[in-house]
Design a protein around this ligand. Structure first.
Ligand SMILES: [Zn+2]
Ligand SMILES: [Zn+2]
Length: 188
């Protein structure tokens, strides 16, 4: 099932913008590790926004401020104050690093397992995508950084997250089944 993560899109483009202007006034570290940490933290700070058909603009809150820029500046300050590497030796690009979206990974696996068990009222692409997006939009985001193949989220937290998402997804299945969009645009 394919859903859009609008928070990820907005944060990624804001990171590119900030890197391109250099942030000369406070010159944060943009080594691959700090970039991944800043990205993961910003996406965790922002409310989740997954969509299937209806796209919105998350770079304005209606009061003229930009929540994405605020999240980035908070994260930059935090990571720059306390980088996950000695200040004198920024992380080189050699170690494999990637930002991981824990809630998405777990939610996606859970919805897929319902499909495998034939445990869904309808398993068309619309209903699967809507069920996942609906659930993730109601669950606190949790991003991390995988570094050298290891994630920074303890296994018990992941188990707990799986348990909570399972509850939300069971509810979402009924909500989506009660009014499937089947080709019509609808926000979840
Ligand atoms: Zn760094
Ligand atoms: Zn359906």
């Amino acid at each position: 099932m394919r859903i859009r993560n609008e928070v990820q899109e907005a944060v990624t483009s804001e990171v590119l913008r900030l890197k391109s202007i250099g942030e000369a006034h406070n010159s944060p570290c943009w080594c691959p590790l700090c970039e991944a940490d800043v990205t993961a933290l910003s996406m965790t700070i922002l409310p989740p926004r997954y969509s299937t058909t209806v796209f919105g603009d998350i770079t304005t809150d209606g009061n003229g401020s930009n929540p994405v820029r605020s999240a980035l500046s908070t994260s930059l300050r935090r990571v720059d104050r306390n980088p996950n590497h000695p200040r004198s030796s920024p992380e080189g690009p050699l170690r494999k690093m990637r930002v991981i979206n824990f809630a998405y990974e777990e939610g996606d696996a859970l919805v897929s397992s319902l499909v495998a068990r034939e445990d869904l009222p309808c398993d068309c692409d619309d209903c699967l995508a809507d069920t996942l997006a609906y659930s993730l939009n109601r669950y606190p985001p949790k991003y991390g950084v995988i570094r050298g193949g290891r994630s920074n989220l303890p296994a018990y937290q992941r188990d707990f997250m799986r348990h909570e998402l399972n509850v939300i997804i069971s509810h979402a299945v009924n909500v989506i089944a009660s009014a499937p969009r089947h080709g019509q645009p609808r926000a979840v």
